[in-house]
Write a protein that binds this ligand. Structure first.
Ligand SMILES: [Zn+2]
Ligand SMILES: [Zn+2]
Length: 748
């Protein structure tokens, strides 16, 4: 039996053998060679093996050096992430040197590493004349390169990835097996002689290869063309960001009239000329996931980005290259990069699907791809810095399928999410793994991808779910699917699942007041909920308060029409409107034609935005609400005082009617929008004081609103509340499966 010793009992300098156990992100990130190098620097002898989420190191040395070693291991730089580390003395063994060892025995838990953006060292080599990988678009090393999107089976080594069709050349093989080399055990290792190559085809059929293809793509982009480019998680549509005609053509091609695009910059210097970047935002931009980060614009943003990209106001989504190819294409030429898909369907990731798309879409001037197969699609992730912390708004490439929670109750299950922003979660061994499904569940192709993802991930992660968790909405596709899986089915109310996702992320215990503000969710009483105060305690909750449920015109179209929400609110408040459509809406409401009762905060934001003339139509999700937030932000920046207004309250039910006469007579939309935000924040504080729970969770898609999140947080913290919100999954429906999974695990 090994005896456990405290490491600081270093009285005896004699050599002993220790077993060091680690957990965390230790696979697919160059962990073993890094450990070997670190050990050798310290003159240690031993071996290292890893099993998915854990690793084991056996080594012989005196206690003092082991202590230094474990400290160095604990602080290994990203993408390695050590969550726990423990050392114990075992029976003495002797080693010669320090080596990676084959993993023996079956790992208890599997981990599938996320894709890692091209690292700084590789980018430097990409630009270094004379380097073997100079201008090689798919340069990578042991610390960077695709993972999740190319893994066929675990354990993660080259034979189990779609790199298996590229046998390594002499140079790559030598670097792969040399512990001194930073490419040691780099499974995606390749070079211009042996790896994937860029191939291009223009609309007229002209083909180019390798460097000529890079130059051709670049030339076409400079001329303003729209290209399809195969990236990490699928094909992108790409064009220059400073040319209005190109971006407008891209909008037509994508059937995307208004939703902002993100802009790819070749490097941080170019990005910083268009956007203001804090140190936290810089960290996010450069992180292994390389997400799109929402940033304030610099005064000079118009030099590289035209208004057609993301309008003239508000934040700009910007990001840095995740692959060498993009670093070359975007140099001094910021690019709009968006997923290539037919509206509502998943991003194209198979070469054959792309061929078909190219044939039927003349606006695309050329396709640039390579032979490395993508097994699973992944959109670009979106993140931001808010309240001094990073927050993921779309958790896809670079984050999935790593666990978002690692200390949940044990149990094997699957949670299917809601309807919008489809994302499912698998859970096993206390870990919850969220994976997004790109596309819209009204589309058959998205539905079949969702089903494929369930099968694919359960098999890869070796999880056999015993139950399935879904929403209570009877008409969600996921609800129907849940009942066909042949598993025990658990249904969770939509907003309670939002609350649970925050509770899961932060491991909250005891009473939590969850403020759940979103567009729509099926309520326990059959109404449409969306402005909810839920008092949660373990696996139960009560509705402590809510926005007044007011009669509204139902249906998916009405959800998009801010003007219609406005007319419903005006009618409820007993006010008139000069809008010629008002009599029809009023008649429908009075006769109860296609009406619902709704406490939706999302629709209240839409109504306010429309009444103030800021935006009347959600041509993309959240557009009216963002217009309202931007107007409030403009008032804040100008230091203007908010227009005073307040909800009326009775027994925890908040009636927005008193807001509308003030809004209707407002002279300035900006100060009125700010006044509305303040009224919502005061309502939240009032409710928190009445309920008296120390912990408050802010959740639901409405909390993508920065002014609202920051305002609620600071006003609540001032009064002694502890405030939590989603950070590692989106606050909207994309994060709901995490809450569903956690609830399922709690219930057992
Ligand atoms: Zn690298
Ligand atoms: Zn090679």
């Amino acid at each position: 039996m090994p005896t456990r010793r405290r490491l600081d009992d270093a009285a005896c300098p004699d050599k002993k053998t220790f077993r060091i156990s680690l957990t965390g992100r230790v696979q697919g990130v160059g962990f073993r060679p890094t450990v070997c190098r670190t050990a050798k620097e310290l003159g240690l002898e031993g071996e290292v093996r890893n099993f998915g989420t854990s690793a084991e190191i056996l080594c012989s040395a005196d206690s003092e050096r082991i202590k230094v070693f474990t400290e160095r291991l604990r602080r290994l730089p990203p993408p390695v992430k050590v969550e726990s580390i423990d050392a114990e003395e075992v029976a003495p063994r002797s080693f010669t040197g320090f080596h990676p060892a084959e993993s023996t025995g079956k790992p208890h838990l599997s981990v599938l590493p996320a894709d890692i953006g091209v690292c700084g060292e590789c980018l430097r080599e990409l630009a270094e004349k004379g380097n073997a990988r100079y201008r090689y678009p798919f340069i990578s090393c042991a610390q960077c390169g695709p993972r999740y999107t190319i893994i066929r089976k675990l354990p993660y080594d080259r034979g189990g990835t779609t790199m298996d069709v590229f046998p390594m050349c002499g140079l790559c093989r030598e670097q792969y097996s040399s512990l001194k080399d930073r490419r040691c055990y780099g499974q995606t290792l390749s070079c211009p002689d042996c790896g994937p190559q860029l191939t291009g085809i223009r609309r007229d059929g002209a083909r180019t290869e390798k460097e000529a293809a890079v130059l051709d793509a670049r030339g076409l982009l400079e001329q303003g063309a729209i290209l399809a480019v195969k990236a990490v998680g699928g094909f992108n549509l790409v064009c220059r960001a400073d040319r209005a005609e190109s971006v407008t053509a891209l909008r037509r091609l994508k059937h995307r009239p208004t939703k902002p695009f993100a802009v790819l910059f070749a490097n941080l210097t170019e990005l910083s000329s268009a956007c203001l970047v804090s140190s936290l935002e810089r960290e996010l931009l450069c992180s292994a996931a390389r997400p799109i980060v929402l940033l304030d614009r610099s005064p000079k943003w118009r030099r590289s980005v035209c208004d057609e990209v993301a309008g003239a106001y508000g934040l700009l989504g910007a990001f840095l290259p995740a692959v060498g190819l993009y670093a070359m294409l975007a140099e001094n030429l910021p690019l709009v990069v968006t997923s290539c898909n037919r509206s509502g369907t998943p991003i194209l990731f198979r070469d054959s699907d792309m061929r078909e798309y190219f044939l039927s879409h003349d606006a695309v001037s050329g396709v640039f791809w390579n032979r490395r197969e993508i097994l699973r699609p992944a959109d670009d992730s979106v993140a931001r810095a808010v309240c001094g912390a990073p927050q993921i708004l779309r958790r896809t490439r670079g984050y999935e399928p790593e666990p978002a929670v690692t200390n949940a109750p044990s149990g094997n299950l699957i949670a299917l999410g809601a309807q919008l922003e489809p994302a499912l979660c698998l859970a096993s061994g206390g870990r919850i793994y969220p994976v997004a499904v790109p596309g819209d569940l009204d589309e058959l192709s998205t539905r079949s991808l969702l089903k494929d993802t369930i099968a694919d991930l359960s098999s890869l992660l070796n999880i056999r779910p015993e139950s399935v968790v879904c929403d209570k909405h009877p008409l969600y596709y996921t609800t129907g699917l849940a009942h066909t899986l042949g598993l025990k089915c658990v249904q969770v109310q939509h907003h309670y699942a939002h609350a649970m996702s925050v509770i899961a992320e932060h491991g909250l215990k005891g009473k939590v007041l969850a403020v759940c503000f979103d567009g729509t969710g099926y309520g326990d009483n059959g109404s449409v909920w969306g402005g909810e105060f839920l008092l949660c305690d373990g696996a139960s909750y009560s509705r402590a308060g809510h926005l007044a449920e007011i009669p509204m015109i139902g249906g998916d179209i009405s959800m998009k029409q801010g003007w219609k929400s406005a007319l419903c609110h005006l009618e409820y408040a007993g006010l008139e409107s000069s809008d010629p459509r008002f009599p029809v809406v009023r008649a429908a409401l009075r006769c109860g034609v296609n009406t619902i009762r709704s406490s939706s905060m999302g629709r209240l934001f839409d109504a306010v935005s429309a009444v103030l003339g800021l935006c009347r139509e959600n041509t993309h999700q959240g557009r009216c609400a963002v217009a309202c937030e931007n107007a409030a932000a403009a008032a804040l920046i100008a230091g203007e005082a908010p227009l005073q207004m307040a909800f009326s309250e009775s027994g925890g039910v908040f009636d927005p009617s008193p807001l509308f006469p003030v809004l209707l007579s407002a002279k300035d939309a900006k100060t009125a929008a700010l006044g509305f935000h303040r009224a919502v924040i005061r309502m939240v504080v009032q409710m928190a004081k009445e309920v008296g729970a120390e912990q408050v969770a802010l959740c639901g898609g409405v909390f993508a609103n920065r002014i609202l999140l920051e305002g609620c947080r600071s006003e609540l913290e001032k009064r002694g509340f502890s405030v939590y919100w989603n950070r590692s999954v989106p606050p909207g429906d994309g994060g709901i499966s995490l809450g569903q999974a956690y609830y399922g695990l709690l219930k057992g």
